[in-house]
Design a protein around this ligand. Sequence first.
Ligand code: 5GP
Ligand code: ZN
Length: 113
Amino acid sequence: MDCIFCGIVNGSLPTELIYEGDQIVAFRDITPQAPTHVLIVPREHIESVAALGEAHTPLLGEMFLAAQEIAQQEGIGETGYRLVFNCGRAAGQSVDHLHLHLLGGRKLGWPPG
Ligand code: 5GP
Ligand code: ZN
C-alpha cells in the first residue's frame, strides 16, 4: 500500500514530528494554510472519519487532547484555532489516512470554502 502518512509514521518518509503519542504523531503540513498548520495522524492506517468505529473512541480522545496541547505550544491556545477533518473528496480530503488539521495564527474565515 502506498500511503504518504503511513510512510511518515514508519519513518520511511523523513518528517520532523512535533508530537508523539501512544497512538498518534503530529507534524507540520507541507503546504501550510495558516501560520500554524499541523496534522495529527493516527499510527494506524484508517481511511477517513467514515471508517471509524466504536473501538476508535480512545484514539479520537487522544487526537483532540494532542490538538489542545499543540495549540498551547504554538501560542494559539487562548487566541483560538480550528480543528478540521475533511471526509471524502467533496470535502477536500486528498490523503486517505485519517488526519486532524490544526489551523491557527491568523483570523480564519467562515464559512470555509
Ligand atoms: P486533506 O486535503 O486530505 O484534508 O489534507 C491532506 C494534507 O496533507 C494537505 O493539507 C497537504 O498539504 C498535506 N500533505 C500532503 N502530502 C504531505 C507530505 O508529504 N508531508 C506533509 N507534511 N504534509 C503533506
Ligand atoms: Zn496510511
